[in-house]
Design a protein around this ligand. Sequence first.
Ligand code: IVH
Length: 700
Amino acid sequence: MVQANKAFTDAAKANATACAIIFNPRTLLYIMTDTERILFLREELERHNRNYYILNAPEISDREFDALMAELIALEKAHPEMADPNSPTMRVGSDLSTDFVQVEHRYPMLSLGNTYNREEVAAFWQRVADGLGGEPFCLCGELKFDGLGISLIYEHGRLVRAVTRGDGVRGDDVTANVRTIRSVPLRLPEGGGWPDTFEIRGEILMPWERFNALNAEREAREEPLFANPRNAASGTLKSKSSATVAHRGLDVRLYYIPGAGTDADSHFASLTRAREWGFKVSSSMTRLQTLDEVYAFIDHWDEARHALPVATDGIVLKVDSLRQQQDLGYTAKSPRWAIAYKFQPERACTPLIDVTYQVGRTGAVTPVAVMDPVQLAGTVVRRASLHNADILAGLHLHIGDHVYVEKAGEIIPQITGVDRAHSPQTTAPELQFITHCPICGAPLVRYEGEAATYCPNDTQCPPQQTGRIVHFISRDAMNIMALGPETVEAWYASGLIRDAADLYSLEVSQLCGADGTRERSARKVIQAIADSRQATFDRVVYALGIRFVGKVAAKALAAHFGSMEALRHATEEELTGIDGIGQVIATSVRAWMADERHQTFVDRLTACGVRMENEKTETLGHALDGLSIVVSGTFTHHSREEYKTMIEAHGGRNVSSISSKTSFILAGDNMGPAKLAKAQKLGVAIVSEEEFLQRLQGEA
Ligand code: IVH
């Protein structure tokens, strides 16, 4: 089967190269049979994938890549008999739940002994020298990647299994999830000289950039944050939905081929070979001949690691000769031929003084640890989030416990564990999450499937009220920057305001003292509040503080519905039909709008003159009269919103999903492959940014 495929592929490739000079790739469709084209596209896409994710040297644009992918998706759909779990189309994952099967490792996945200083490293060097009876040796220095160990099995050049470390003897079969990681090769390039069957091990990682973005998203949704990229990578890889894994942007570094795998007698040479087969092997790998070179390697990376895109927690030193590795052998837990040197962690240990509780604008109650101030990665840390009741319970905390605090990326510090050995003996009971709101005393509630605990008293609990007003005035909402949170809290406490609509009826005399002091600043604030009536409609939608409706969702809602009246009556189907609005947001919008108190609030804002619809777009022409247009992808000359405005200004209508009634798609870069496939299927024309602008200019 593999041989037959190869013959096809070779023929297809020869065809492609020969014809590509004369024909464009579309023409090739008619030259190759579907089977040939599928095999050709799989190899091409895998090659471009490697160029992009492993070699950092793309040859084609994202758009061209998406077009090839869309074509392959369509062909595979038409030819179910050609299904292949290693097809590049599988990289998008699936929402089918994955239950992990446990698999025994062929070679146990051992851990490494740790060292923390030069003396311990020197002792390792000496042990190796002694163990080899004075024979010369050299070490291979590598980065110690801080993620999740993985074993990848390849047969006939194809990934057949990916297994987590588990307990070292057996791990979880996470193949479906690992297939979605772009830097894991699914097929190795033909003729690459790789062994017929081999295993390669490495680390699955979540790059800092993806980690920070993921946590920012979770913070906005008031979901518990991941403490570090390692936990995020691990949580992601164990996800039951491979589609989730595909979205999270995991990465990999490979660092070990157990059972030799190649005929080289050197670890360094084996991994260099693996790099040629298309594996992502770190370029930090260096041969080290002397102990001084080892120290220099450590010193270099202790500094340089801060600029790396992924987390590292040390370096690993391995005896380079595979024969010498065998001679040195293993202890029960770890190889005698390798050791880890751990960097000083960005983690501190300090006594816990108290746990307090914060109530947010949604009523979510967050436990916050108050600690003895401690130095951590350049700042003094006194408070750390404990996120929610489950995390608090999982830590089994007592006042006085010595807790580990970690700083992960840009986010607030978090407690990641307790140093029991150094914590004082205590008879104090374990800390329990509170049962009543610390501010208003209402009994707290937890909703099915949610990690957060809530104070349900949303109409009277002060921090919820003031939190909503503070959100309303914030920069991305109504942008009333002359007003700050402290003033809002003071006005609320004195009974001057109860909600954001009250702001608009405030008068200067209410804000300055009886003798007229502070009149100037009072006027300024009142003016700023009045000016906010001009805030665009999408800002108003965001300012309402509907759960899960962030800036992006608010913009999409405002652009689609155009007015509060239309948004009020939006059905769930209409809402989920909008790009970027999923079920969670749709349900939340519906629930918010259905609440009478919210309707009254919106009516009061309307009466105060707050803008409740998009500005009418001026008619600039009729080039698009009667046309229904879908805008998709990212653009160079104007933003997506600007294009939508232009469409309306020229008589066109913006629609969110492609149907046979769609006149054309204004497509930028990165238009999703599913959309492209749908457009091709329905024969809807695709118009580029340049073509579109020319069309409008032609009219002017
Ligand atoms: S070699 C038999 N090399 O660290 C030796 N491990 O504490 C196998 N790790 O379980 C491991 N970077 O998950 C090796 N360059 C590297 C590594 C590395 C990270 C992890 C790996 C291992 C753990 C040991």
